[in-house]
Design a binder for this molecule. Structure first.
Ligand SMILES: Cc1ncc(COP(=O)(O)O)c(C=O)c1O
Length: 406
């Protein structure tokens, strides 16, 4: 029993998980639904659709629920691997963009198979090298594979001398994109669908990050200056594709971290959103977002090594990206908990410092948040779906279904 009863959510989640095995991942359905309505708003206002990033969810039933909630607004999935897309088509999904290039024969045949089976599964490309083999894979199955061209949206400052952005597509100019589009056009079993231009240096960069407060100012400056460049390049791409009669049915951009701005950009037809539904803690550190924690994990208190500290079983679910403290999980409920500087979140044990006045008993749960939306699912076979103080369903993760794509 908690001696000083903490937040209402703590008691509610604790009751819900009273008979569950810990560690456990849970998804608070009410919070997810409130996040969803918040995220749908800007897309609806701008008459855009949302493409759900599967990497940030990785649980079929949860993705289906989000699509249902966003009927008419959420259209299609952004997958992260060809084998995943083939699996998703088997699960009943149809409109899928695999947003990361591949050059392996096995992936090409998965993509051909998924399209032959009734899916509409596009591959994002950024080089002409494998187009012939992709085309041949589609031909062998008597089908077509749609493709999108990824154009680099990095920020170029100081007269073009400084480049800030993720290292992804070498397609950096409108001319590069047109050349690749024309190369696609020379392959009868490929079908150009349009363009993807993901502004990672805006969507993926926090700007009120308490773990690196001195960087917030420079990051805001970079993001502010980057926006006009990105909008200009996307507008130019659209104008050129239309003028040259190149297909642009889909122009994808944006992410949770840039949704409110990107939704208003005329060139885009759709915005990708994933993490925002789950409310992972990195998305607390954006000026223009106010999402709720929906995905959490619960650890059991197994030791009391000394006054003011308890040790939990498990917890080392560290997020990918540039290594830093903001990639660690945060102990979220009861409020006021902190990780220790020396141990962080450990492989099998995680010590947690308690605020004055709070005592937790052995066996009590502590609820943590992961830094990112989807990676937590790789550690658990299912999400416990919680409404109020009850587990109302169990949603298997990809991992729980025996699937692992990255
Ligand atoms: C191509 C692409 N679009 C959009 C996103 C944004 O996803 P989320 O909304 O989960 O942050 C990402 C994230 O890495 C991405 O790689």
């Amino acid at each position: 029993m908690a001696v000083a009863p903490p937040s209402g959510d703590y008691e509610r989640w604790r009751r819900a998980l009273a008979d569950e095995r810990l560690p456990a991942a849970l998804l608070d359905l009410d919070a997810l639904e409130r996040n969803a309505q918040q995220l749908f708003g800007p897309a609806r206002a701008a008459n855009k659709t949302i493409r759900l990033a599967s990497k940030s969810v990785r649980a079929i039933e949860v993705m289906k629920r989000i699509i249902e909630l966003g009927a008419g607004t959420v259209r299609g999935l952004m997958a992260y691997a060809a084998a995943e897309a083939a699996f998703l088509v088997e699960q009943g999904f149809r409109d899928i963009v695999v947003a990361y290039p591949t050059h392996r024969a096995s992936d090409f045949s998965d993509l051909a198979r998924a399209n032959e089976a009734g899916g509409d599964v596009a591959l994002v490309i950024d080089a002409p090298d494998s187009l012939g083999r992709l085309d041949a894979a589609a031909a062998r199955r008597g089908t077509k594979i749609p493709v999108l061209i990824e154009v680099d949206m990095a920020f170029r400052g100081v007269f073009g001398l400084v480049r800030l952005g993720v290292l992804r597509s070498p397609v950096a100019t409108v001319a590069d994109a047109v050349a690749l589009a024309e190369a696609v056009g020379r392959h009868p079993h490929l079908e150009l669908r349009g363009v993807m231009g993901y502004e990672a240096q805006i969507a993926g960069v926090t700007d009120k990050n308490p773990f690196s407060p001195l960087m917030n100012g420079p990051k805001r400056w970079m993001k502010e200056n980057s926006r006009s460049q990105v909008a200009e390049l996307r507008a130019e791409l659209k104008e050129t594709f239309v003028r040259r009669d190149l297909p642009l049915t889909v122009f994808n951009g944006g992410g949770t971290g840039s949704l409110s701005w990107a939704a208003g950009e005329p060139a885009l037809t759709e915005i990708t959103v994933g993490s925002g539904f789950m409310g992972s803690h990195l998305f607390d550190y954006y000026l223009d977002l106010a999402l709720e924690p929906a995905a959490l994990f619960a650890l059991q208190v197994v030791r009391r090594p000394g006054p003011g500290v308890v040790t939990c079983h498990g917890g080392g679910y560290v997020a990918s990206g540039e290594a830093g403290k903001d990639r660690l999980p945060v102990p979220f409920s009861p409020p006021g908990l902190r990780l220790t500087g020396l141990e962080g979140a450990g492989e099998v044990q995680t010590p947690v410092l308690l605020p004055p006045g709070l005592e937790l008993a052995l066996g009590d749960p502590i609820f943590f948040r992961h830094a990112k939306g989807g990676e937590l699912a790789e550690h658990f076979s299912s999400y416990l779906i919680v409404r109020q103080d009850r587990v109302v369903a169990r949603a298997p993760t990809y991992r729980g279904l025996g699937q692992c794509f990255l």
